[in-house]
Write a protein that binds this ligand. Sequence first.
Ligand SMILES: Nc1ncnc2c1ncn2[C@@H]1O[C@H](COP(=O)(O)OP(=O)(O)OP(=O)(O)O)[C@@H](O)[C@H]1O
Length: 235
Amino acid sequence: MVIAISVQKLDHYFGQGQLRRQVLFELKLAINTGEIVIMTGPSGSGKTTLLTLVGGLRSVQSGSLQVLGQEFRGATPQQLTQARKHHGYIFQAHNLHGSLTALQNVKMGLELHRELAPAEMKARSIAMLEQVGLGEHINYYPDALSGGQKQRVAIARALVNRPKLVLADEPTAALDRKSGRDVVNLMQALAKEQGCTILLVTHDNRILDVADRIIHMEDGILGYCQLNQKLESSY
Ligand SMILES: Nc1ncnc2c1ncn2[C@@H]1O[C@H](COP(=O)(O)OP(=O)(O)OP(=O)(O)O)[C@@H](O)[C@H]1O
């Protein structure tokens, strides 16, 4: 089994001088390619900090973090930008552009792939919107879509690129029970189909069953993991 994410002795600090505060403590974690891992834990425990480090959105300060075979500790901003091309991001506030249609928003997910001809980009984006059940809504603006539909556009945008890694932060937080369930089922199905790895942060207990594994963050420490509902004391 190939490791997609490998974390060793990862610490992280915010602030300078007297205000400097450690928020992640000696994290150790390995996530296999194709695995869906859900990270839970109280507010402020460090989940988003870890997710953004894995996403190459902030610099690794100490320890080791390898993502898709690349060491992020000491990576240059250009290397991190390059690495991010293999990631898809899905956030709570879906961050759609209000002035762009669903199709235009999804096409933005292909922007970094300049090798694709415009017709190919359009065809791929339409196919992706059809896959998330929005084939009839491709020319709608976000304002005319429900919360669940907007989140499905965000998923289409994150996955259109066929990323090897999908990072999701509270993707169901703004959704009702059914929309939330639809969204995670869709992420799971598409991820399994494309063989990508998912790391998803959530407080939503209703979606935990889509995970292959659940990990728990508390006060900056990854305390235990849960495999198929079975508690284990360590990794
Ligand atoms: N840019 C920042 N500067 C200073 N402190 C920060 C910064 N970002 C986060 N923190 C602090 O780091 C700690 C971890 O925050 P983080 O956002 O990772 O937690 P979280 O588990 O994702 O919380 P939530 O579930 O509420 O999103 C918190 O104490 C937070 O206040």
